[in-house]
Design a binder for this molecule. Structure first.
Ligand code: FAD
Length: 423
């Protein structure tokens, strides 16, 4: 049996790019549905909006570095998005966090400046718009750092983090605090739920206070609350009488889950619909337009028809783009042409793992308006776009946010033009 539904716009993918595109389209008054086979990279990545970290040297001002990057690389996603749009997208996102489900939780940052924040292994990472709960970790702060861990969280090694921070010129030491857990090991999400409880938090703060030295700031793995992170973080700062910051952990990423909740709630607040577990398995075409997609949910197929589609299904990491056993590269969701694929006689991979790999810039071929080649009513956003190397540039979340924002503007303008032409 097959159902049938009609929308003004259908977005494929519920990572940052798809949720932003869906929320913005819904805010503009469109009847929107976001279809996704599962959650995106949000739950794995640190939850920060990294606009541009390296180009190729460490970037202090993303705005300045991007001006040069887009001039040198007109095929880069940021060149197609435009710097003004990046700016507007960052401002929209900040307001979206303020109106979101996590009262008291804020993002802090400017397009002109990168924070330099510690990772779980104590490396310093440039990032533009970051949760306020992370800001006190900035390398420019004068206080020495006390990195706090617990045997309960086995994926976080405070001594390693502190040793690498010291190597980077930041005085740091490590301490461990006992946390009673019912399971043999706990992950950051399980601990974040405990931090939501004020009484539990007070006990933790009292045990930690005994181990701190007078002038230290405190770095904790990012687990300070799932429901009320702003409240948990400021309560801990108050109880300890010093600055406290979260350090992103290995997955699951609690700040990434908060980011997902913020964007999902923006979509729903604006009247958009999200269907998770809906894998797009086929598309119907009418000439150079996609007229509908077929999504499979629990063995049941539904046809979603719309005048406009956004492909935000990610790249190789999400399985939306694949290299098959015959070394042929495909866009698997709508069968769209790709660009940036090395010629058949060229190598696909280099022996140097950390070098820029020949496949790394592969993405869906688009025109200057992010419109997919050969599909006039499909706009493309996020990691599905080629031309960037997000893991080297540290630009993945920035591209996802800004391109999601941009395609919603373009889809809205396209719909208005179609309506105008029909009138
Ligand atoms: C472990 C990890 C760490 C990272 N760290 C950083 C970092 O520190 N800084 C940074 O800037 N970036 C980082 N990134 C990259 C960044 O997270 C991504 O570039 C960005 O989030 C991509 O977002 P997206 O919305 O385009 O795609 P994704 O988040 O990949 O979302 C794709 C969506 O499409 C859906 N989908 C795929 N195929 C189908 C289909 N056939 N039908 C329906 N739905 C489908 C998926 O289920 C998912 O919902 C990291 C990524 C990972 C995995």
């Amino acid at each position: 049996m097959r159902g049938e539904l009609h929308y003004d716009a259908v977005v494929i993918g519920a990572g940052t790019a798809g949720l932003v595109a869906g929320a913005r389209l819904a805010e503009s008054g469109a009847h929107v549905c976001v279809l996704a086979k599962g959650i995106g990279s949000t739950h794995l990545a640190p939850g920060t909006i990294d606009v541009l970290g390296y180009a190729p040297d460490r970037v202090a001002s993303p705005r300045e570095a991007l001006s040069e990057l887009v001039a040198a690389r007109p095929d880069h996603p940021y060149a197609l998005i435009g710097l003004d749009t990046v700016d507007h997208a960052l401002a929209w996102f900040e307001s979206c966090v303020g109106a979101g489900p996590l009262a008291g939780y804020r993002y802090v940052g400017r397009f002109e400046h990168n924070h330099l924040l510690p990772t779980a292994v104590g490396a310093l990472r440039p990032s533009t718009l970051v949760p306020e709960t992370m800001v006190a970790g900035d390398a420019s702060a004068p206080e020495p750092v006390c990195v706090v861990g617990s045997r309960a969280l086995r994926d976080f090694h405070p001594a390693l983090c502190a040793a690498n921070l010291t190597r980077a010129g930041i005085a740091a030491r490590a301490v461990e605090v006992d946390i009673d857990v019912s399971r043999a090991d706990e992950n950051a999400l399980g601990l974040a739920r405990r931090f939501d409880d004020p009484a539990w938090r007070a006990g933790f703060a009292a045990r930690l206070a005994l181990k701190l030295q007078a002038d230290e700031r405190v770095g904790l793995p990012a687990m300070l609350g799932a429901r009320d992170p702003g409240g948990a973080w400021s309560d801990l700062e108050h109880r300890l009488g010093r600055r406290v910051f979260e350090i992103p952990t290995l997955p699951p990423s609690v700040p990434g889950m908060r980011l997902y909740e913020i964007l999902r709630s923006a979509l729903r607040r604006a009247g958009g619909r999200l269907i998770l577990g809906a894998e797009v398995v086929d598309a119907e075409r009418s000439g150079s337009r996609v007229s509908a997609v077929l999504a499979r949910t629990g063995g049941h197929d539904t046809r979603y028809a719309a005048p406009s589609f956004v492909l935000a299904a990610g790249g190789f990491a999400s399985g939306a783009i694949e290299l098959d056993s015959r070394w042929i590269t495909h866009e698997r969701v709508l069968g769209l042409p790709l660009r940036g694929v090395p010629a058949p006689e060229q190598p696909r991979f280099l022996g140097d793992y950390l070098a820029e790999q020949p496949m790394s810039r592969v993405g869906v071929a688009v025109d200057g308006d992010l419109r997919a080649e050969g599909a006039d009513n499909v706009l493309v956003a996020g990691a599905a776009l080629g031309g960037a190397v997000p893991w080297r540039e540290l630009s993945g979340e920035g591209i996802a946010l800004a391109s999601g924002f941009r395609v919603a503007e373009l889809a809205g303008a396209g719909a208005a033009a179609t309506t105008g032409a029909a009138a």
